[in-house]
Structures are given as structure tokens and as C-alpha cells.
Design a binder for this molecule. Structure first.
Ligand SMILES: NC(=O)c1ccc[n+]([C@@H]2O[C@H](COP(=O)([O-])OP(=O)(O)OC[C@H]3O[C@@H](n4cnc5c(N)ncnc54)[C@H](OP(=O)(O)O)[C@@H]3O)[C@@H](O)[C@H]2O)c1
Length: 255
């Protein structure tokens, strides 16, 4: 279970130097492990200044030790309502713009079936999969608008596809109601946001990373986190579309 202790402050590391002059800036949530951590490595290797949102102080220290000039770990739980204002203030102090926001944080629920569903778990999943991304988008939006090519990637899942769940393409018993509802809500948020931001040059995609070998990934996972992360950053950099649900390979997924 997740800790329900609120994290009251963001303990962002301070950038030494000039902020983001000319350097692309990415914000990644759930950056301490799994796909999120791999995204930090890929973005860093491609020259981004990375704002890495994590929950634990040990993740802050570890990420900070990698490259304090270019990786800023920020301690924050996206389920906390303070995230929006504190993240925005942090970003406005530290960077000139945001080019890429990846709402990656997420977790799998454990209670299966309609009778197994626990309301608290549903609320916890929605807090991470839906409210968290909304807060992070609102925090980043003023700085995304300063980018020439802002992109928001919402980390979704094949289990968020209404069509695939309804048609049985994804097995009924492989994911909980809470997880599927959380990702479907994230997909709807993606679609609404893409339409609203279309005229502002900010692209928004929902991305299924595939079956990735992480703590959370399925038993038949076949993709290394580094490969998934490369594919996702490629998508952000090269795919010119907006308002789509896509696999990390770029293949379209049905909403
Ligand atoms: N792996 C797959 O096959 C797969 C497939 C489809 C979709 N996805 C999606 O991909 C994303 C990453 O998954 P993963 O496989 O890398 O999982 P993971 O290894 O379990 O990592 C999940 C990350 O989310 C963070 N997180 C969870 N709750 C949070 C909260 N309230 N505030 C801030 N961070 C929070 C975790 O932080 P802590 O380290 O602090 O717990 C962790 O860094 C998730 O959205 C998941 O649904 C994964």
C-alpha cells in the first residue's frame, strides 16, 4: 500500500547557474524507479534538463548525485493538492520554459472484481492517475506555453481502452476495476486537453508503454524500461500528432 502520509513541501534542489537557456526542459513524475527512472536517463543523455518528481528523500539524493546541473529531483506526491502551486512556483523560479511533461506516476490496485473493489483503492488510483496529471499540467502550463513545441505525455495503459476492455482484447481478470477506471479517466483527460490546447501549439498524447519489466509490470513483460523510455521520448520528439492514444511504438490504440 502507498503511504497516506501527506508530504507537505516540495523539497526541490536548487539549480546552480542559469536555468534552461536553450536547453530543452522535461518534467517527469514517478521518476525514482521503473519507466520513470529510465525516462530520466534517456532525457538526460539527450541533453535535457530534467525535473524529476519523486516521493522519497533517498530518490532525491540518488538523482541529485547523478548530475546536479542537469537533473533536479523534486520531492512531491502528486496526490497532494499543494503539488500544483508548489511545483509551479519551483518551475517558474528554476527554468524558463517546459518542453515536455510526462505524467508517468501510477500504481496497480490489488482488489479484483466488482465485489472486491474497495472505494479507498479506487480513490487512491484516481488520485495518482487522474488528479495528479491534472495538477501537473496546470502547474506546467504557463511554461509549456513558452515552448515552441510543448508536449504532454500521459502514461496510460491498454487497460484504459474502453474498446479493448469491451471487446475482450485485454483479459477481464488481468487488471482491477480501479486501474482500468483510472487509466480510462486519464485518457479522457488527454482527449479534452488535446482539443483545448490544439491552437496553442501544445501536443497531448496518451501512451501505452507496452509490457515493461518493472516492479509493476506483468509476468509476461517483454520490454526493458530503457527501450520503452527511448520509444516514448522518440514519440514526444518526432510524432507530430495530438489527441491520440498510441503504443510506445507509435501504433494507434483505440480509445
Ligand atoms: N510496466 C508496465 O508494463 C506498464 C504497462 C502499462 C502502463 N504502465 C504505466 O507506466 C507508469 C510507470 O509504471 P512502472 O511500470 O514504471 O511502475 P513502477 O516501477 O511501479 O513505478 C511507478 C512510479 O510511480 C510513482 N508513484 C506512485 N504513486 C505516486 C504518487 N502518489 N506520487 C508520486 N509518484 C508516485 C512511484 O513512486 P515510488 O517509487 O515513490 O513508489 C514510482 O516511481 C504507470 O503509470 C503505469 O500504470 C506500466
Amino acid at each position: 500500500m502507498l503511504s497516506r502520509q501527506p508530504l507537505k513541501v516540495i523539497e526541490g534542489t536548487q539549480l546552480e547557474g542559469n536555468g534552461s537557456h536553450g536547453q530543452p526542459v522535461a518534467v517527469v513524475t514517478g521518476a525514482g524507479r521503473g519507466i520513470g527512472r529510465a525516462l530520466v536517463d534517456v532525457l538526460h543523455a539527450r541533453g535535457y534538463l530534467v525535473v524529476a518528481i519523486v516521493r522519497s528523500l533517498s530518490d532525491v539524493s540518488e538523482l541529485f548525485s547523478l548530475d546536479p546541473q542537469n537533473i533536479f529531483p523534486v520531492r512531491c506526491d502528486v496526490t497532494e493538492s499543494s503539488t500544483e502551486s508548489v511545483l509551479r512556483e519551483f518551475l517558474e523560479r528554476q527554468v524558463e520554459r517546459v518542453d515536455l511533461l510526462i505524467n508517468n506516476a501510477g500504481f496497480g490496485a490489488t482488489c479484483y472484481g466488482i465485489e472486491g473493489l474497495k472505494y479507498q483503492e479506487l480513490e487512491d488510483v484516481l488520485a495518482v492517475s487522474c488528479y495528479g496529471p491534472i495538477r501537473c499540467v496546470r502547474a506546467c502550463l504557463p511554461l509549456l506555453r513558452k515552448s515552441a513545441h510543448g508536449v504532454v505525455i500521459n502514461m496510460s495503459s491498454r487497460f484504459g481502452s474502453l474498446e479493448w476492455v469491451a471487446s475482450g482484447v485485454v483479459p477481464h481478470d488481468e487488471a482491477t476495476y480501479a486501474y482500468r477506471i483510472g487509466k480510462a479517466a486519464l485518457n479522457m483527460f488527454t482527449s479534452c486537453l488535446a482539443v483545448e490546447l490544439q491552437g496553442q501549439g501544445i501536443r497531448v498524447l496518451a501512451v501505452d508503454p507496452g509490457k515493461v519489466k518493472t516492479r509493476f509490470g506483468p509476468k509476461d513483460a517483454d520490454t526493458e524500461p530503457a527501450d520503452a523510455a527511448c520509444a516514448i521520448v522518440d514519440l514526444a520528439e518526432r510524432n507530430a500528432d495530438t489527441g491520440l492514444f498510441v503504443h510506445a511504438s507509435g501504433e494507434r490504440m483505440p480509445w
